[in-house]
Design a protein around this ligand. Sequence first.
Ligand code: PAF
Length: 287
Amino acid sequence: MCCVPGMKRIHTAADLRAALAGACDTAFVPTMGNLHAGHVSLVTSAKRIGQPVVASIFVNPLQFGAGEDFARYPRTLDADCDKLAAAGCDFVFAPTVAEMYPHPQTFMVRVPESIAGDLCGAFRPGHFDGVATVVLKLFNLVRPRTALFGKKDLQQLHVIRGLVRQFNLPVEIVAGDTLREPDGLAMSSRNAYLSPSERRQAPQLHHELATLAAAARAGDGDFESLVATARRRLSMAGWRVEYIAVRDAATLAAPAAGTTECVVLGAAWLGRTRLIDNLNFTLGDPG
Ligand code: PAF
């Protein structure tokens, strides 16, 4: 399949199948919409990787827990389509909930407790089962050769890599770097929830992770105390911290003796907004 003039919006699985008939090099960017420059950069990368480029926009109810923000998650389809078209996306797949889950979805992917009960999963029971289930369905519908995901949702990226590996899915996963606002705040659709004063305070999460990473790079190996300091500073500034954790960058397990490539991850609430971020660092490399 070669170039498609203009971007086509598709809302049903049948139309998607028809549009993608014969495509064998599809590059796919799954999203929940309310797109920012991070999503656009994934689409730009996708264009260099495969053809056609398909983006999905679907706020997936299965990955939201009771009391989470499913109902108020920003739905901005027209503005999103303008951004995708400008980035050169060929097809946007924007199904309804009834189209994605025509019968109650009783078959689910179950992510192992060692992952699903860790980091974000520990605070969002069922979240990664919902993510893995919808991504598996989307992969079956789009049948991409490549799929692109952002590194900001690092644990999600690990879940999806595990899904692909363990189910032998014929998809190559490509990770896109986190894009940041000039003050360091990681771009996220949920930043739209922040009040002006919360928005001014929000870069502190990145700042505390960067401070911890700098101390560790400079040789401070007492991660427990570095984490406690970061938590305390955030809490004193009014954040409700879920976790700050230093992990092996490749596996997200606790760093073992000899681990050099690390990542510090954090999740914390500012008012009614839950923000997550992470930063890679190399031990013994003061930069
Ligand atoms: O990262 C997201 O936007 C979502 O979790 C995803 C991967 C599109 C699944 O709904």
